[in-house]
Design a protein around this ligand. Sequence first.
Ligand code: GRF
Length: 206
Amino acid sequence: MRLAVFASGGGSNFQAILDAIADRDLDAEAVLLVTDRHEAGAIRRASAAGVPHVVIKPADFDSTEAFGHALVTALEEHGADFVALAGYLRHVPANVVAAFKHRMLNIHPALLPAFGGKGLFGMLVHRAVIEYGVRWTGATVHLVDEEYDTGPVVLQQPVRVRQDDTPETLAARVLEVEHELYVEALRLFAEDRVRIEGRRTVIGEG
Ligand code: GRF
């Protein structure tokens, strides 16, 4: 697996993936970090691991299609054959989704289809979970399609919501789960164990 990771923020999920590769828990090579922000913390993590990065901002392009084309070109130039979105806050253009159909994952910090969709990202998700009063939240790894957070689910892991949780304390516990779940999901793809049947994914024996 020649993996490209897209990240807009601190990149702790990206770090978990880099660590799993270094520890040989994941049979993959991180070939590129794609970000939309020069100040993304993920860039430092990439540099420390010797992974090249590119900053590609939608505002620099006339159209979504041109933005997508630049993303696909960067992925091709680095020979990426799989993409992991890890805290990437941009909508992925349709031409990128098409080029990496069934080869692009995202992680969402809730149990989809609850608390997902456009506008629900990062701390806003955890705030919405607490305000709604649900007892359980969690993390979801899913394939990326043209919409936000709607692609077929690959793995989910629940996390209990505590009475005294703040969005920050809840985010911290969910993030710990995310780090393990994302590596586990990527391993399934690296080992070619995932079959996609419409909306459903079927995981085969290793
Ligand atoms: C994670 O909670 C991820 O699920 C969400 O954004 C956050 C990114 O965290 N999409 P990090 O940048 O990986 O630390």
